[in-house]
Ligand binder design. Structure first.
Ligand SMILES: [Zn+2]
Length: 177
């Protein structure tokens, strides 16, 4: 292909007829400057960017190898991104600490599930239902109602712990929005 023809391919994305002019098919050409291969390997222009380069397999591999995550970002953006990543990681670590990842259906932790069991509630019980169940049960075994009853005292304590686990989980959810 002559240099004169090449100028027709200028700009992005680069499209041109593939093969002979009789062939109707239009294919995308590798975005790598000077490459004439078919560009069917999309690669994001920037992290999380919907804009993509389209490379041939060879240049896609090269791009991925050399890809600098921070390339093309100015200093302020770099710092912001690094900060955002640290915050994300911290949030993840915090979630791990509280055992958030242990939820059966993704919304309740193992501790919360046990607490709900104590209150004889289902996983989808809302906080109003939790509060109500706790109050009814705690009232029945309250030390004022059943003084000198070790079994009632133990049950009361169990209910308090269960309620506290669920209340704190609720607080975290509200705080996180
Ligand atoms: Zn290429």
């Amino acid at each position: 292909m002559s240099r004169a023809r090449r100028s027709n391919d200028w700009g992005f994305p680069r499209w041109r007829g593939y093969g002979s002019s009789r062939e109707a098919t239009t294919v995308r050409i590798c975005d790598r400057h000077g490459c004439e291969e078919k560009g069917d390997c999309p690669a994001p222009k920037a992290p999380n960017s919907p804009e993509k380069w389209y490379f041939c397999q060879q240049h896609a591999a090269e791009y991925n190898r050399k890809w600098d995550y921070f390339e093309g970002l100015d200093k302020a953006e770099k710092e912001q991104r690094a900060k955002a990543e640290r915050a994300e990681n911290a949030g993840y670590a915090e979630a791990q600490h509280y055992g958030w990842s242990g939820s059966g259906d993704g919304s309740r932790t193992a501790d919360e599930m046990r607490a709900l069991d104590v209150l004889e509630l289902e996983a989808d019980a809302d906080f109003a239902a939790i509060k109500k169940a706790y109050r009814v049960r705690a009232k029945a075994v309250h030390p004022d109602v059943k003084p000198d009853d070790a079994e009632a005292a133990a049950e009361f304590q169990k209910l308090q712990v269960a309620y506290e686990v669920l209340r704190q989980a609720e607080d975290r959810r509200e705080w996180k929005g």
